[in-house]
Design a protein around this ligand. Sequence first.
Ligand SMILES: Nc1ncnc2c1ncn2[C@@H]1O[C@H](COP(=O)(O)OP(=O)(O)OP(=O)(O)O)[C@@H](O)[C@H]1O
Ligand SMILES: [Mg+2]
Length: 623
Amino acid sequence: MRTAQRGDKRQSDVWRLAAAATSDTLRAGMKNLWRALQFFRADLPLVAAATGLLVLSVGAGVLKPWPLALIVDSILGAKPLPNWLGARLDGVSQPAQLAILAGAVLAVHFGQGALAAAHNYLLIRVGLRGLARVRQTVFHWLLRLSMRYHQSSNLGDLMYRATWDTYAFQTLFQQGLFTFITATLSLVLMLTVMARLNVTLTYMAAAALPLLVVSMRIFSAKMKTKGVEAHKADGQVASLIHEGIAALPLIHTCAREETEESRFNERVEEARASRLSQHGWEILYLAVIALVFGVAASGIIWLGARQVQEGQLSVGGLLVFVAYLGQLHEPLSQLSHIGVILSDASAGTCRVFEVLDTPEEVKDAPDARALPDSHSPGDRVGALSFERVSFGYQPEQPILRELTFELAAGESAAVIGPSGAGKTTLLQLLPRFYDPQEGVVRLDGVDLRQIRLRDLRLRVAYVMQEPMLLPGTIAENIGCARPGATMEEIMNAATASYADGFIDALPRRYETMVGEGAARLSVGERQRLNLARAFLKNAPILVLDEPTSALDAESEAAVLAGLEKLKRGRTTLLVTHRVGSLHGLDRILVLDKGRLVEDGRPQDLLTDAAGYYTRLTRVNRRA
Ligand SMILES: Nc1ncnc2c1ncn2[C@@H]1O[C@H](COP(=O)(O)OP(=O)(O)OP(=O)(O)O)[C@@H](O)[C@H]1O
Ligand SMILES: [Mg+2]
């Protein structure tokens, strides 16, 4: 007995939990929907116009079965025409009355069609404008999210979110919100007219509504989970395509086509299964809804026919009723489909909101300082100091350990050390690609985190180890370093970085497009374009990560001579493995496993026979 009671209690707990979970999901869903709809707020006047057209077209829809009812009852049958019409058609012959009523059918259908078309056009227009806004917001945010976020995310999946998942907003607005309004409005209007016609039959039709709502609530949580899974699986397929094509040369050289293909096929298979399961639940749900409709329809037809037999309802009245029932089926089935649409679309919007809700890691402090736009030539700016700086890409795995050193404004230093020592990582702290976990990096005595990010980045010319290009022309690619630079300045920068030679040989010279990944430029050519940016930028801090590693000896010598001039008066940090590049630098910093192990003037470091710098020089001399 007691066991049975405990069992009951447990069961009721389960129900309570389930009910709470459902209402939580519902609340979360509504919040998500409300948030998604904010993207359409700017078009409120257009939305209002579309709603107006919608009301008119729903009204015209309700008029549709009436001409037929009048024909059946009053022209074919013996019932007199309603007063308002009878007075107008008095004295008109029967065939003419028939023609007028047939004309009314045409007018109502045409009017409704035109109103619906105008409404749909407005809706699509607003839907697409909202979609564009979402995409702009997502891209805006993607550009501001930290390197850490991008390096730990999957590019293909992010692309899928930004291009495909964003469609969910349009769907939510057009097929979710507006279908809901249309369907509810039609339903209310039709049920009102039906109730005036025959109350009993109307009750019967309305009985389908609560059943519909219950089925919607039972199925929607499941369909949403399945929707999220399916979107995720599609995102993974997209990411494999992206990675596969990006690594194509490697796949070719390793003859891995089949391995990659079978991995891809597995993911495609997973995505297929996931979609199938999502659609399976949708179909089950729609089948339940169809059953509910079927029961209501058969009841109404049975009862209506009996009422006609008993003389309580005219044949025309039954026809209007059956026509409404047919029409009622549409908003009801639309409402039932909304469950499916909302589940799938909210899965998409959730994935987009996940991106938008990722916090910016590196951002302006609220009290961040602006740096002056320009400084007079005599100003000594660009003093750098590292104070016990520690940093790791994963906090538990430090890459830089307690680095402390200072560079006076205008001083130049080489950062050398074995591969993987943390040289690139060190340089990346200067434009704040990352912030240190411990310690402070200062520019002219100010913590970098207290300087406006944009101002800081305009002051650092950074030539990256892996030369990057923007999709655009050569001129844009150099000019991006200093907005507003003239063509002459761009060309001077290209000459200084020894890039002018290959640019002049290109068919459209500075207007040549260097597309995605700059497939048409060699590594050395790309490196020279990157260097040209540093020459153009004219920034007080110059950061160079193996800038000449891909250049031939002759170009390297020329570029180094140019750099020699460029670094004058600028605080310079140069990472290099080549002793030849160290000429004329004031300081050498040697990093090993993230620690600063040597720091001094080149000639002083040479006194330590076992030091890294001495060994490097010795090896180079021998070579
Ligand atoms: N984005 C990243 N996420 C996690 N670990 C990273 C990342 N980038 C670099 N590392 C690790 O940090 C360490 C230092 O890398 P870094 O690129 O700073 O070395 P480096 O001194 O510039 O080497 P090289 O001379 O080969 O360019 C390496 O062990 C590397 O594996
Ligand atoms: Mg490096």
